[in-house]
Design a binder for this molecule. Sequence first.
Ligand code: CAA
Length: 279
Amino acid sequence: MAPAPSDTETAPTGEELARAGLRLAVDGPVARVTIDRPERRNAMTGRMWAALARIGRTLPDGVRVVVLAGEGDIFSAGIDLGMFSPEGIGGERSIVAEIAAGTVDPEGVDAYIAGLQEGFLWLRRPDLVTVAAVRGHAIGAGFQLALSCDIRILADDASLCMKEPALGLVPDLTGTKPLVDIVGVHRATEICLTARRVGAREARELGLAEAVVSAGELPGAVDDLVAALLATDPDAAAATKALLQQAPGNTLQQQVAAERRAQAARLTALAGARAADPS
Ligand code: CAA
C-alpha cells in the first residue's frame, strides 16, 4: 500500500533537502525531484530516502506529476557504498555495524528496511503520475527508484543494472515487483542474477522504458509528456491509475467489476458537476 500524504507534517526545507542530497522544485501541478550528489555519482543514502518519503508525504495538494532525475549525466550509482562499511556514513545509522554488534534483532532490521522502502513506495500513489528521466547509469537502488515510477523516459546513454546480487544482497527497495511485472520472471532472473547492464535500446524493447531519446532531447521529451499528462482530468487519471494498478492481481471477473465500480463513481461525479453547472 502506498503511504498516504500527511496533514500535519511540514515539507523539508531546501537546506534539509540539500543535506540529504536532493533538490525539489514545485511549480503548480508539477514537482521535480533531483538527486543532487554528482560528486558521488548521485549515490543514495538512508537520509536521502527518508527525505524522499517526507517529500511524498508533504507534497502540496495540487501536485499531479512528479519528475525524478539525477543531476548531471547520471541518474544514480545506487546505494552509497559507505552504508555497507562498519563505520557507515556520518550521522546515519549503520545497520551493518548494529547487526555485527548484535544490537538489533530481526524485527529491528525489518523495520529499518521498511523505513527505507517508504522513500520508494509513495511514487505508486494513484493521485500522482511519476516519471523517471534517466540519463546514464541507474544502478541498484537507482534502477529500483526508476522502477518505482509509472513512466520511464531514457536518454540513449542510459544503462540499467540490478547490481545487488553481485554484492551479496537482494534488491529490496521495492523494485522486484515492477521488474517482474514488466519483463516477466525469467528475464528478471537473468537481469538480476547476471547483474549486467541493460542499455537504453534493450530497455525500450523490454518495456523498461516508455521512450528513448537523445540526452539533449530528454528535458523536452519530459516536458511534452508532463503537458500531455496534465491535459487529462485529474480525478479520471487517479481512478484509471488505481484501476490499472490492480489489474495484474485481479481475475478478469474481478477487474471488470472494478471497472464498473470506478466508472459508476466517475459517472456520479460527472452528473453532479453537470447538475451544478448546466452550461
Ligand atoms: N557509493 C559511494 N560512492 C560512489 C558510488 C556509490 N555507489 N558510486 C560512485 N561513487 C564515488 C566514487 O567512489 C568516486 O569517488 P572519489 O572521487 O572520491 O574516488 C566518485 O563517486 C566517482 O566515481 P567513479 O570514478 O567510479 O565514476 P565513473 O563515472 O567512472 O563510474 C559508476 C560511475 C559506473 C557509477 C561507478 O562509480 C560505479 O560502478 N559505482 C558503484 C555502483 C554500485 O555498485 N552501486 C551499488 C549498487 S547496489 C544498490 O544500490 C542497492 C543495495 O545494495 C541494496
